[in-house]
Design a protein around this ligand. Sequence first.
Ligand SMILES: C[S@@+](CC[C@H](N)C(=O)[O-])C[C@H]1O[C@@H](n2cnc3c(N)ncnc32)[C@H](O)[C@@H]1O
Length: 316
Amino acid sequence: MTTVHTPVLPEELVRFLATERLAAKAEEYMVDCTLGEGGHSAVFLSRFPNLQVTGVDADKEIINVARERLKEFGGRIEFYRGWAQDFLSRLGAGEAPGTLPGIILLDLGVSLYHYQKGDRGFSFRGTEALDMRIDTESSPSAAEILASYSEAALADMLFFNAEERYSRRIARAVVEARRRAAISDACTLERLVWEAVPAACRHRRLHPATKTFQALRVEVNGELKKLPGLLRSAFSALRPGGRLGVITFNSLEDRIVKNFFRDRATGGGNGFSRLSGTPILKEALLLTVKPVTPSRKEAEANPPSRSAKLRALEKL
Ligand SMILES: C[S@@+](CC[C@H](N)C(=O)[O-])C[C@H]1O[C@@H](n2cnc3c(N)ncnc32)[C@H](O)[C@@H]1O
């Protein structure tokens, strides 16, 4: 079984998410909300023989790669094909407290698999159709967004989803280009962005189309919009004493996670009731005060890990 994605921060995840139950070799239940090719689940399942895992992924292709890879663990892993927030809300609402997960993992975004084998226009280096849907049964696709959003909405999308500095220039170029022909494949969009940005920005470390592709992927899959709800569902599904670990790959996501974690650890606001001045009950203990980032060795061995940030908490 060949996989292409290298799991990021594996040792750090084990260190921060291994609960007391796991340390005591008791039974534990983990939900890997972003299973991908199953790299992180494989690490946990091999280390902890009493661990049971549910692997969740909204992508029906990649979950089959994980099924194949994780076969050796037999009934210790089961699979759910769908959005993590749907799985977690059901779990939080319907399950007996004793069967709730002690570990929940979110490794956000898409996998290297999507860039290399996804065939859906995730990479600006390809010639594929601009689809970018993780769940190919949902809509709209990236090409549909480029064809239908107003110039102002395109500029906002580029700025708010990826902090693209040239959002307005790129949005204008998209609107002008689509009058002539639909922008339907990755290399057409890459060329368009290249032409739209100032010539001086074309040869920097980051390719000028990087943020446009990121913004579109985030928009297509509702990644930023869904994140607060996803975090709330994860936290409420976790059993007391359980641990939540979230890996992000950009500052916009990390800010949402940081604020959510801070509010759980302080009871919201500054930690004191505005009415009575008494401390508000804390719901969580921060296990990482600052985000954990890859070691130099990991960043060199696996360059896509460079922007990863891990935050972890324990539910009280
Ligand atoms: C960064 S990759 C995970 C890689 C994985 N941890 C590994 O080690 O192989 C993220 C995966 O989660 C999936 N995904 C992203 N957001 C999701 C969500 N909200 N619900 C379900 N799956 C999601 C993507 O399809 C992708 O396969």
